[in-house]
Design a protein around this ligand. Structure first.
Ligand code: ATP
Ligand code: MG
Length: 357
């Protein structure tokens, strides 16, 4: 029987609630007639680890993860530790260390979920946003001089390399090609940012020639936000820079009903290293420990993890279980206007997996 080695990193806040729930779904799946099993290893890194050791994860942490088939991540963030420390010290360290250069964020309106878009039917919003995840605005290059003085200045330098843009563009075209509509929108801000963004546009034209069956267009990021709200059905696959896609995907998650539902995958398309899957929400300390966290974003991330392992049938099975739960208002958590708890939603998904093999 095939064994997949999965690392779980719950991290902070509600990550500690939703990641164990995700692990339970995988365990239930494996024990209900699957041809594979999982071997989990749990890593207690994050802000508590930081308070004890002065860092979010150990120096040799990547070595411990290297041999895994995938990583299920919760969130990193703590009200008492600056965000740039929690973010760079754990999540980004793994993303960059394992060159997970494609961040993939599927968005659609699940059965039973209301979109804030009044005129949006359930089939009008079915996107996957591809975010460049290794460079660009979040390259981490820059500095501050003369801190606290009137002449203080600071820079965050965005770095785009031809190799970096070509590989994410190729990934996006390939993904668009694999979806029924074969439709890609390339987002830039090349009217105002006239160096890297112009190169981005040029590379899009170049790579598009490798995928003649993909229909594609360009959109400026500001116009793209309006288009997402006003004409959602004209979009399918979307590719954008690190910063732009970060913003667009929060908008997308909100339009699909709740931050608590949205999943993401940090993918190394070349499969040299493990890829990492996580809900897009953060640590949400306001609801921590109360059983209020919606685990659906983590479950959908589990679906992406299974797809990444090539277990498409199992992935579809978990997705059906998720949809059966979202379709039932009695199983909606508070963020969706309901009263269900994390445990109730998790039990319902697991029950569905057991009862409908
Ligand atoms: P971080 O600093 O780690 O980004 P955050 O406190 O900013 O975390 P987010 O996770 O970004 O919180 O979410 C914002 C708000 O949305 C939370 O305060 C919470 O109330 C709500 N929320 C987020 N995720 C969920 C979820 N899975 N279930 C229910 N509510 C959620
Ligand atoms: Mg936040």
């Amino acid at each position: 029987m095939k064994t997949y080695r999965i690392a779980t990193i719950p991290g902070d806040g509600i990550g500690k609630e939703v990641v164990p729930a995700g692990q339970r779904v995988l365990e239930t799946l494996a024990s209900s007639g699957s041809s594979f099993r999982f071997e989990f290893e749990n890593f207690v890194w994050g802000s508590d680890w930081f308070r004890e050791h002065g860092m979010m994860m150990p120096d040799n942490g990547l070595d411990a993860l290297r041999g895994k088939d995938a990583i299920l991540f919760g969130s990193a963030g703590d009200p008492h530790i600056p965000d740039h420390i929690t973010l760079w010290g754990l999540r980004l360290k793994i993303c960059q260390g394992f060159d997970q250069y494609a961040n993939v964020r599927p968005t659609r309106i699940l059965p039973g979920i209301d979109s804030p878009l009044r005129r949006c039917g359930p089939n009008d919003l079915n996107w996957v946003i591809v975010r460049e995840n290794s460079e660009g605005e979040y390259a981490g290059v820059g500095g501050r001089v003369h801190q606290g003085h009137p002449i203080e200045a600071a820079t965050d330098i965005s770095i785009m390399t031809r190799a970096g843009v070509e590989r994410i563009m190729r990934f996006a075209f390939r993904l668009a090609q694999s979806r029924p509509r074969k439709l890609l929108t390339v987002i830039t801000k090349s009217n105002a940012q006239r160096h890297a963004m112009v190169m981005w546009d040029e590379i899009a034209v170049q790579i598009s020639k490798e995928y003649p069956d993909v229909q594609w267009d360009k959109e400026l990021v500001d116009a793209a936000t309006a288009r997402m709200v006003n004409r959602p059905a004209t979009l399918d696959t979307i590719v954008a820079t690190n910063l732009h896609a970060d913003i667009l995907s929060d908008l997308a998650a909100a339009l699909a009903g709740s931050l608590g539902i949205a999943p993401t995958g940090n993918i190394d398309p070349e499969q040299r290293y493990p890829s990492m899957f996580e809900p897009i929400h953060g640590s949400a300390f306001d609801i921590m420990g109360k059983g209020l966290a919606n685990p659906v974003g983590t479950f959908w991330s589990v679906v992406m993890l299974l797809e990444h392992l090539g277990e498409n049938e199992a992935a579809a099975k978990v997705m059906r279980a998720i949809e059966s739960v979202t379709a039932n208002p009695a199983l909606h958590t508070r963020d969706l206007g309901g009263k269900a708890t994390t445990a109730q939603v998790t039990n319902a998904v697991c029950q569905h997996l057991v009862c409908r093999p």
